[in-house]
Design a protein around this ligand. Structure first.
Ligand SMILES: NC(=O)c1ccc[n+]([C@@H]2O[C@H](COP(=O)([O-])OP(=O)(O)OC[C@H]3O[C@@H](n4cnc5c(N)ncnc54)[C@H](O)[C@@H]3O)[C@@H](O)[C@H]2O)c1
Ligand SMILES: [Fe+2]
Length: 323
């Protein structure tokens, strides 16, 4: 077994609970930056150098970033060349090796999604295909108990926003609506109901993430995610905080949901970065808008096939200037 574990846990008691047997190994993964194709290739090469045969399984333990590393490494152990060659849909010909996901943050839905989001030399795009999803996942709410308040919130909001975007777009359907509605109820309980114990809330948050991820799998993300990709690409912000910064200013698109988001921020006493566009150059904001506008499938979901009548680069620039 190869355990890919978030290096946040390196000196924590949790590390000693990983039941290593003779040939098993732990590879500590740093996620200060979101997953890169270069690092996927390095991890794959390291596993091959240390072992004569393929491992029986890759087990990812960490937040969404480690979930994606584990999925990508599994695929890259059986497909030649750099992982940057496989960013796209169904480009890997050989099925990956058995892989297991054990999340330690909840919200991204990466534990259940079909994609491993990677930044390569040319693009930020997932390796997506039949064999990318985990063969098995373990959802243990104890593992998210120690997550810092702000991080827990930002990642949790990814699930909340997945649901809102899934429900408010043209690709919605009975399946995606059903998962999103249930996940949304759980998110509201977690972030607005103070009668819940932390243990009850963590359990609900894990399932909210899982259902939110399923909802998106059958539908699509929308305006907030398109803007958030631009923020992450140019500023290196992680997905959850980038989503939160963008959603905070999208009342003209997602109305009451944004008002509810403001209540959640206030109730949970969350530090949300403000006025980030003030410190940016015109070139940086342009670049963000260029990245965002290319995400056609998201705009199409949010505004329909004639989305270009409602959204142009200027409108996108204006959204960024509000943040
Ligand atoms: N594949 C998908 O479908 C999908 C969907 C959404 C997001 N993503 C990806 O997920 C990533 C974001 O994931 P995330 O929000 O879970 O955060 P993350 O994995 O990027 O981790 C954020 C920080 O929290 C730390 N951390 C992790 N678990 C912790 C714990 N229990 N206690 C304390 N700290 C902990 C990490 O070390 C890191 O510093 C991005 O790379 C994004 O691209 C993937
Ligand atoms: Fe997301």
């Amino acid at each position: 077994m190869v355990f890919l574990v978030d290096d946040f846990f390196k000196d924590k008691a949790f590390a000693s609970r990983i039941p290593l047997e003779s040939k098993d190994e732990i590879i500590w993964v740093n996620v200060d930056d979101e997953p890169k194709t270069k690092i996927v290739d390095q991890i794959r090469d390291q596993i091959n150098e240390n072992n004569k045969s393929l491992p029986a399984a890759v087990i990812g333990i960490g937040g969404g970033s480690v979930m994606d590393y584990a999925k990508a490494v599994s695929v890259m152990l059986t497909n030649p060349g750099s992982s940057s060659l496989y960013q796209g849909l169904n480009l890997a010909k050989n099925p990956g090796i058995y892989h297991i996901g054990i999340p330690t943050l909840s919200g991204t839905g990466a534990e259940v999604s079909m994609t491993a989001v990677l930044t390569g030399p040319e693009k930020k795009l997932g390796i997506k295909g039949e064999s990318t999803p985990f063969d098995q996942i373990v959802l243990d709410p104890e593992l998210i108990y120690d997550a810092p308040k702000n991080q827990r919130f930002y990642t949790g909001m990814d699930a909340y926003i997945h649901n809102i975007e899934s429900l408010e777009g043209t690709a919605r359907n009975c399946m995606s609506d059903s998962f999103a509605t249930q996940s949304l109820a759980l998110c509201r309980d977690v972030f607005l109901n103070d009668r819940l114990s932390r243990e009850e809330a963590d359990e609900k948050l894990m399932i909210a993430s899982y259902f939110g991820g399923l909802s998106i799998g059958y539908s699509e993300v929308g305006v907030c995610h398109a803007l958030s990709y631009g923020l992450s690409f140019v500023l290196g912000l992680h997905h959850g905080i980038a989503n939160s910064i963008a959603f905070n200013h999208l009342e003209d698109v997602y109305g009451k949901a944004v008002q509810e988001f403001h209540r959640m921020v206030e109730k949970n006493k969350i530090d949300l970065p403000q006025n980030i566009s003030k410190g940016l150059s015109a070139g940086q904001i342009e670049k963000m808008a260029d990245i965002a506008i290319k995400l056609e499938h998201m705009w199409k979901h949010a505004f329909g096939p004639e989305w270009q009548k409602q959204v142009n680069k200027e409108k996108i620039l204006n959204w960024y200037l509000r943040m």
